[in-house]
Design a protein around this ligand. Sequence first.
Ligand code: SOE
Length: 388
Amino acid sequence: MSKPLRVGMIGYGFMGKAHSNAYVKVPYFYDLKHRPVLAALCARNKEKAETFAKNWGYESIETDWRKLIERKDIDLIDIGSPNNTHKEIALAAAKAGKMIVCEKPLAMTTAEAEEMTDAVEKAGVPNMVWFNYRRVPAISLAHQVVEEGRIGKPFHYRATYLQDWTIADDVPQGGATLWRLDADVAGSGVTGDLLAHSIDTAMWLNGPITDVTAATETFVKERVHQETGKKQPVTIDDACMFLAKFANGSIGTFESTRYARGRKNFNTFELNGANGSVHFNLEDPQYLDFFEYKAPGAAEKSPDHLTGWRRIHVTNFEHPYMDHWWVPGCTVGYEHTFINALADFIKGIETGKPTQPDFRNALQTQRVCDAVLASGKDGQWKKTGVSL
Ligand code: SOE
């Protein structure tokens, strides 16, 4: 008999859907002792909350997150609301002894993320941040390849995260659907929204980023705010590029924008080491590209005339997560990253071995984001203060 894990989901936007889908599907694909129950959906707009709750099968709704947290029948609070709400909700949920899973970025600033991390650790509640891309099987395979020492000493890390949905200057800012363009709600622009993913992946694969120097740009200086109806200054970073130094001696470049015409969710990375390289592109998510110059233990003669890049179709049972899905050759996609992440989180509760990234780990990504934004302002190299 599985134990119910009663979920209080806050938010019904893009992430509300992605997370709800994970709660519904995880028991069908993973053999776990806990079974998520969609106990309550919480959002300020009652009508929309009711519609969403009915559609996904939530038992009840709340329009005030404080009431949700007070409820004794809720085990897990899922923070899927905009970034400026994360801290207050997390602090209250930790105090109430709830497990917490929080959408990325963890917070608006490092100071907030530190407070949140202290709160969950003091309360001793299981916690996770939804950096879902770690659970793309091909990215997990890249991690495995690096851990196995197959690329050797790393020299270069190269990441891009490109989109194109804010190019038109009549796209408004703010409000329920476009809060990502409003710095008061989002904290920052592409740095917190997109580069946070790239930084999380980079530090997972290649260790701490210690120093950064950045350039940021805001291309459209004013946009109509959906809530006030007035043209207001845009204060988010529309684009951000930064150079990074890693603790292991390698160096990296990171580029992100929402103005790369034709690029929809172009999240890529390449890591080059002495013995090999890995390359990934989220717009082609089934594949990991791997170059092996000299396999561990190979004869001194390698490379030979057949040395070259391999394109690995990451759909075999021996690949990360793929033994939970279809038969080899059949692909998985975006939604599965959330299901895989949730399964890891639940396994963490069951084994007492917390899954990553938890709040403390995501705090390190927040530190890099803050250092990048600070450098974007004065053009100086910044220490990130990351400790992993
Ligand atoms: C932004 O457009 C966004 O939705 C991010 O907020 C998500 O984290 C990313 O995975 C997809 O793009």
